[in-house]
Design a protein around this ligand. Structure first.
Ligand SMILES: [Fe+2]
Length: 220
């Protein structure tokens, strides 16, 4: 599981001002998934659907990248901390999705892969996982929404969380396997929590802006 204080990007919860030594010692990787994955039944078609939450437009990789990029533009520590928390948690979700895909595809023959529409994947990548959407389109950096305006970014993140939630619900419609449904339900729930936390942050900043405008009106 990837946790906060990760990546050595030179910023912790409280922004700048830490020495390199302090940043380095904060690296922490917990060697277990945030939610357990134990899928017993091979299901290649389902893997082809679920891969979109790895490398698709509403996928975990896109969300992680988007939030970890945007966090530098948040106006205070509260925003930077939230974007770091959620961004790193999305990376932990990449691990969950990757594990699910690996288990769903484990032991598949080339014939089975071809039959499930994964022959193209096998031709290019063998049995490796490749970040793409359900149609096989490779992960695209254009998915990452960054505007330079923190309110626009946070509202875009609220939309991203809703789209991710909807995608998880669609994926849950596509299977009856309880081993698959349980981690999907967990991931769906996290999107709802993230949406709420982004909404709180958006409201807090709007209120902050309102107060600043009021003060300016008094002074001038
Ligand atoms: Fe999320």
């Amino acid at each position: 599981m990837l946790v906060t204080h990760i990546l050595g990007l030179g910023m912790n919860h409280h922004g700048l001002g830490k020495t390199n030594k302090e940043v380095l010692t904060m690296w922490k990787y917990e060697k277990k998934l945030q939610y357990p994955v134990n899928i017993k039944n091979k299901d290649l078609k389902l893997a082809k659907y679920i891969v979109t939450q790895y490398g698709g437009p509403a996928g975990e990789l896109a969300a992680a990248w988007q939030y970890l990029d945007q966090r530098y533009n948040m106006p205070d520590d509260r925003g930077k901390a939230l974007l770091t928390d959620i961004g790193t948690e999305e990376l932990a979700h990449v691990e969950i999705i990757s594990t699910m895909l690996y288990q769903l595809m484990q032991g598949a023959t080339v014939e089975e892969l071809k039959k499930a529409g994964l022959g193209e994947n096998y031709a290019q990548f063998g049995k490796d996982l490749f970040p793409s959407d359900s149609f096989g389109n490779p992960f695209n950096m254009a998915y990452i929404k960054v505007s330079g305006d923190y309110i626009a970014d946070i509202e875009s993140n609220m939309g991203a969380e809703q789209r991710a939630r909807a995608t998880y619900e669609h994926l849950m419609d596509l299977t009856n396997d309880p081993d698959v449904l349980a981690p999907l339900a967990f991931l769906r729930q996290r999107e709802i929590v993230h949406y709420q936390r982004f909404k709180e942050l958006r409201n807090y900043y709007l209120e902050m802006k309102k107060q600043t405008t009021k003060k300016q009106e008094v002074q001038y």
